[in-house]
Design a protein. Structure first.
Length: 180
């Protein structure tokens, strides 16, 4: 048996985070292994959601567990090729973080509810109506597939408040590049 896949979180401002992810067409073992490795990393990182671009894979794959609790696999939600077909309800503000922006938080305005269509790991279609926190997580993760990041949705005030931390992330990235 081959070694299990192991990913690390891709950090801002890696360019892959800005790319639009591509539609998944092969529902094979590799997809399954990718998803499993994404769950492992999400739980290790104490996240509630992870999108494939955050492990430098440009494909439309999301994993979520709204409690971030690996002891509750019944909450695991794997969405392949998701599409938000409806966003409704008032826009509400909620503080969001992102594994690609460790230590950075911002109040982001998003519609309360959404409807998502996707397929599961086997390619079976799903249609889910989401509200509250789950809808919030989904909308955040979905943004990753479009190359949209927390920093894009921040208010000017939050961007200013996080300016130094964001600048440090850019500096760290440049240093990592210089070492390659
Ligand atoms: Co994120």
């Amino acid at each position: 048996m081959s070694e299990p896949l192991e990913f690390a979180v891709t950090l801002y401002p890696e360019p892959v985070l800005r790319k639009t992810a591509e539609v998944v067409t092969a529902f094979d073992d590799e997809l399954e292994e990718t998803v499993e490795a994404m769950y492992r990393l999400m739980f290790e990182s104490q996240g509630v959601g992870l999108a494939a671009p955050q492990v430098s894979i440009r494909r439309r794959i999301l994993v979520m567990n709204e409690e971030g609790d690996k002891e509750k696999p019944e909450l695991n939600l794997t969405l392949i090729n998701p599409k938000i077909v409806e966003r409704t309800g008032d826009k509400t503000l909620m503080e969001e973080g992102c594994l690609s922006f460790p230590g950075i938080f911002a109040e982001i305005a998003r519609p309360e509810d959404c409807v998502v269509e996707a397929v599961d790991l086997k390619g079976q279609p799903l249609r889910l109506e989401m509200t509250g926190f789950l809808s919030r997580v989904l909308q955040h993760e979905y943004d990753h597939l479009e190359g949209v990041l927390l920093v894009d949705r921040m208010s000017p005030a939050d961007r200013l408040r996080n300016k130094v931390a964001l600048q440090e992330m850019i500096e760290d990235y440049k240093e990592r590049q210089a070492q390659i």
